[in-house]
Structures are given as C-alpha cells and as structure tokens.
Design a protein around this ligand. Structure first.
Ligand code: F3S
Length: 62
C-alpha cells in the first residue's frame, strides 16, 4: 500500500495536512506533522494534502 512520508527537515508545521486528513497526519509536540502509524490511507485525500503543503514536505514513499 502507498504511504506518505513527511520530510521533517522542511516541514514548517503549518498544519494544513492535519486539517485536510486528520486520520493520516497529526501534529506532534515537536511542531511537525507525522504520519499516524497504521493509518488507513485514502489516496485522493492524501494527494490533496500533498498538493496543499506550502513547502512540498509530503511525498509518497518510494
Ligand atoms: Fe508540515 Fe506541510 Fe503538513 S509544512 S504540517 S507537512 S502541510
């Protein structure tokens, strides 16, 4: 199954991904977004989050 990854170096913690798909992305205490372990991936919603991240920190895992 495809899975998104977040570049922790470039994420600015804007929170857009978590508001687009709260079942996959969550903001943590480090101020960055993280992919929730075992999250059910809805490809089109995750793609929306990828497209809306202002700094292109989210990508599909290779
Ligand atoms: Fe970070 Fe982009 Fe989400 S900046 S908080 S990965 S929308």
């Amino acid at each position: 199954m495809k899975k998104p990854v977040i570049d922790q170096e470039t994420c600015i913690g804007c929170g857009v991904c978590a508001s687009v798909d709260a079942s996959v992305f969550e903001m943590q205490d480090d101020g960055k977004a993280h992919v929730i372990d075992g999250a059910e991936i809805n490809e089109s919603t995750v793609q929306d989050a990828i497209d809306q991240c202002p700094v292109q920190s989210i990508s599909w895992e290779e």
